[in-house]
Design a protein around this ligand. Structure first.
Ligand SMILES: NC(=O)c1ccc[n+]([C@@H]2O[C@H](COP(=O)([O-])OP(=O)(O)OC[C@H]3O[C@@H](n4cnc5c(N)ncnc54)[C@H](O)[C@@H]3O)[C@@H](O)[C@H]2O)c1
Length: 337
């Protein structure tokens, strides 16, 4: 069996969430690793590298040296752009969310992928969950009317970077919690409801008394969305809730169906008949392995229908989260119609 030769650009925390399951597969060889941090390179090569695998400190060298069948980009939001190296060689590529901090660069990458007809996948792993798929199916005949949800947690403590310094609490590097983290909830809502036509946001700033070094992101945001059929959503972020009691939530209400998602794993209780009927679908703990399985099989068979979210879907999500930024800064609703 011909193995799929995979290269990674960015070898930090989320890269390991993919490298673990990929390294267990007998149809994949992890042949190339790129990171600006050489310590990370030796860690991941030792743990996951195929025989003869190579490491690089810039992506251009890796794409020049290796014949790859697929590439993963697991970079902080500010550090993208090298996807073009894969696209110009026709190499299918997977990008972790959010695809970018800059819409213009993301649109350039998306246009290149379309022009060159290169397969892409985006790391919105919740799209592969049985519970999300089930609710999406139910909403086809009973469209969602209202959703609310988000991510609430305490001050980010880790450096969020393996040698590149903190990036998560730094607005110019991560884009803030709504852009970087609540993007998962935004993507689910977009997948269930479609793309909003209008967005309005408020942000709380300067209230978190217990910040980490370099912290300059919003302490909290609330974001309202209106959809073309006048359905509405209210999504939020907070990273100043150091008292505890936060978590991940998404509640979706349609005429006949209520879906209550809880936790990172998006376990769901689906209510119908006024709450008389309850269906429970637990979230999958091994969702990265499931997501990777779809991408690798799509690459090896050429069957793009296996992929539930493409690079274009990633661009749509950042247009929404960055519109929320624009709205709270200007104090005005932003039209996406
Ligand atoms: N799908 C998920 O649930 C999930 C979970 C965590 C992180 N993520 C996303 O994955 C991305 C990376 O997050 P992370 O937690 O792995 O961060 P990280 O800081 O742990 O790792 C990022 C790695 O990229 C490297 N890097 C930075 N600039 C580079 C460049 N120009 N070329 C090559 N390497 C470079 C860093 O040295 C670091 O090793 C972020 O966009 C984040 O939002 C997704």
């Amino acid at each position: 069996m011909a193995k799929t030769r995979v290269g990674f650009v960015g070898c930090g925390g989320i890269a390991e969430a993919h490298l673990g399951p990929l390294s267990q597969r007998d149809d994949v060889d992890l042949v190339g690793f790129t990171d600006v941090n050489e310590e990370r390179l030796s860690v991941v090569q030792d743990k996951y590298g195929a025989e003869g695998s190579e490491t690089f400190t810039n992506a251009s060298d890796m794409f020049g040296a290796l014949a790859l069948d697929a590439a993963y980009f697991c970079l902080p939001p500010f550090a993208h752009g090298d996807e073009l190296l894969a696209i110009e060689r026709g190499i299918p590529f997977f990008v972790e969310k959010p695809v970018n901090l800059y819409v213009e660069q993301a649109e350039e990458i998306a246009a290149a992928a379309r022009e060159n007809d290169v397969m892409s996948a985006i790391g919105y792993m919740n799209r592969y969950r049985a519970g999300i798929q089930r609710v999406r199916g139910m909403l086809r005949s009973d469209p969602g009317i209202m959703a609310y949800g988000g991510w609430i947690g305490g001050t980010p403590r880790g450096s969020g970077g393996s040698g590149i310094g903190a990036w998560w609490p730094v607005k110019s590097r991560s884009g803030g919690q709504f852009h970087e983290q609540v993007t998962h909830t935004v993507d689910v809502v977009l997948w269930l409801f479609g793309v909003p036509v209008e967005i309005h946001a408020y942000a709380a700033m300067g209230l978190n008394r217990d910040t980490a070094p370099q912290y300059d992101i919003e302490d909290a945001m609330v974001v309202n969305m209106r959809f073309a059929n006048n359905a509405v959503a209210n999504l939020w972020s907070s990273c100043s809730s150091n008292g505890g009691g936060g978590g991940v939530t998404l509640n979706v209400y349609a005429n006949d169906v209520t879906a209550l998602f809880t936790g990172w794993e998006h376990s769901v209780r689906i209510l119908t008949d006024g709450g008389e009927a309850v269906e429970e679908i637990p979230g999958e703990g091994d969702i990265f392995a499931i997501e990777d399985d779809h991408f690798i099989r799509a690459v090896s068979t050429g069957d793009r229908s296996l992929i539930q979210g493409t690079y274009d879907d990633g661009v749509t999500a950042i247009r929404v989260t960055l519109a929320a930024d624009e709205s709270f800064k200007t104090g005005r609703p932003v039209s996406l119609a």
